[in-house]
Design a protein around this ligand. Sequence first.
Ligand SMILES: [Fe+2]
Ligand SMILES: [Fe+2]
Length: 355
Amino acid sequence: MSKLSRRNFLKGSGLLAAGGVLPMSLIELAFADPRQNFNFAYISDSHIQHIKGKEFVRNWDRGLMRAVAETNLLDPKPDFVLYGGDIAQLGTKPEIDHGLELLSALRYPVRYALGEHDYYLDLGEYWESQLGPQYYSFDHKGVHFVVLNSILTYDEWTNKWPTPEQRMAVMAGLDNPNGSPFMVGEAQRAWMADDLAKVAKTTPVVVLSHSPLQKIFRNWNFWTEDAEQVQALLAPFDKVTVLYGHVHQIQYNQIGNISFNSAMATAWPWPYPRSYAQAPSHMPKLTVPMNRADPFFERDATGWQFIDLHSGNIDLHYALYDNPNRVVAFNAQSGRPEDTAFQDPATRVPAQMHY
Ligand SMILES: [Fe+2]
Ligand SMILES: [Fe+2]
């Protein structure tokens, strides 16, 4: 990253941080040739929820409106915005339409990924009619982006429900035992192999996926059933980053050559699986959880991140509402991301416990 662009960004972010929460990410890619540097922003998990008529849940509306307004104020300006999925809560036309209406205020091009809340009512039909193919790739200034639909599941499960509404309701419940694990699926993996075959191994690859492309906690679908197969497709590349939504909390991990980082939701935080007494720990060992993530506080554990993918390695700067800011930076010596303050167990603040 050039000194100039960092200074400009920090100047802008200081102003925004003073304003409070910015539930989105600004990501800078930096290369040896500074003319190639660019930024993109990342917004995820707005869960726009229809009540009736023209009424929508105000809190979720406000989270997205704020992200959009503050994204428009960014300096430097992002080249584009990635949207990480779950625009809607129950996948209905009014929810998708209202979410897209709020997002239409963005002054940048937007690239969308599907979340399960957008998908399981009509299997992505309306979403696709408004936004195009459910998975695709594109190139931007020397970086190859792959956008996946990673929330597919077994056909037997998808087809077994008497009504689409019942299917949607079950998949929308995070811990519903009648849900089914997410996956990318064979057809899409074949497409991905084909797509990546045309990309030089030295080209940085950024994958946008709604579910984590790793296996964290199946009961909450912090999970991708064919994660290993997808990771194998990415293994030959020098620099690979997976950005994912869905988990509404800080997570990071390193598997082989792949760095994984989650983004916050604009809607609400999920607690960590380990904060529930009945669930054994199911987090990437590397992740130091947020020291406070209480879903009963309206804006707690939402926040914003500046992500510097300098030379393909990730540094995340989390600005968190009512929480100490955190920096998760790639440690070149250990070859993995680490929290610069809390990685050492002696410095951690215990996670909040729920029943
Ligand atoms: Fe979500
Ligand atoms: Fe989700």
